[in-house]
Design a binder for this molecule. Sequence first.
Ligand code: ATP
Ligand code: MG
Length: 412
Amino acid sequence: MSKNTPKAIRGTQDIFGADAEAFAFVVETFERVRKLYRFRRAEFPVFEKTEVFARSLGETTDVVSKEMYSFEDRGGDSLTLRPEFTAGIARAFLTNGWQQFAPLKVATHGPLFRYERPQKGRYRQFHQIDAEIIGAADPQADVELLAMADQLLKELGITDVTLHLNTLGDAESRDAWRAGLVDYFRAVAGQLSEDSQERLEKNPLRILDSKDRRDQQFLADAPKIDQFLSDDARAFFQTVTEGLDAAGVKWVRAENLVRGLDYYRHTAFEFIPDEGSASADALGSQSTVLGGGRYDGLMESLGGAATPAVGWAAGIERLAMLVGEREPPQLEAIVLVEHDDGLAIGNELLANLRAGGIVSDIVASGSAKKRYDKAAKQQPRHILRVNETGYYELSGEGSAERIEAAIARNNR
Ligand code: ATP
Ligand code: MG
């Protein structure tokens, strides 16, 4: 690399090799599982008008106030690279009139952008898988969404991560809780972090989310949502937990879990590595792998009709760090063209193998002597040697039935 070769942008990654295999495994597994749960696949723009995020997430949230990549385009509009999926999906739901599909189960994945301090598991461009159920007020939707997350993690082989679950109640309960928290924290305001002193006025719930030691000493004794829950909100939460128990989804109650965005109501959750587990070791302090909740108020903040919805997102990079080394698929066959005159036959065989679903490759260049070594070095299960007359011979360990069938089927 010469001195004037441009460097990658801080906080971005070029993903290759084992990491890229793990990344692909996460996405492929997500695609398989979302089909089992009948989520429809959708694609969304990587950028939106800035107000889509500012109005949905709330001006005082960390994401909006500190982390967005916003810029003015040549037409003078303020645009933002999406820092999360939900706001853009809500915008799409409203502008496309997708009410007709409600309840809409939708799944997507792709890159997101946040101006954060890069560290292990935290990047400025990262990727998420995302699942949402829009237009469903029923707690059954929360259960289904969480069961899907749980199954996904199991199918990824991640078994040392647990669902931490809370309810934020309905608007009435949440307001009462908020008032209780303000009273409690105001009494110790002088000892809180600067951030939390500010939160006290704007969004006291978020103090519960603080990672600052000065705040954390007060969290254990802070008023809990349960004291303030309305009967409806309590019943809703109970239906969710009963559904999870019936579906075999393990969960723990996390009374201080609030999530960082303004739009959440009722169910809020995060999947977090168990203390001392291999996943906790792998992720260090960046511990949440999947998070979400119910956002019944979001559509209204974008000018739409009240539309209940629930969703989650998970960081693909963080999941990929937990699935361990993934190897590319085993090479089943190499077509070894021993002499240039056999090349046409070799290419025909190779096409037949691949059409038959056999992971295969070809060696057809270099000195005749070296070709065999080149093929053997890749450790295929079988080698198909093609000589100059076009005659070919199959060798290798174990059954070659699949390979012979592929050739025969395509030779007809
Ligand atoms: P954190 O508390 O770690 O900042 P968050 O609450 O900001 O997380 P969400 O907005 O809920 O995260 O995003 C859901 C998931 O996306 C996270 O649990 C994590 O796996 C992933 N994620 C969030 N921000 C980043 C980032 N900067 N780099 C990599 N992954 C991220
Ligand atoms: Mg964050």
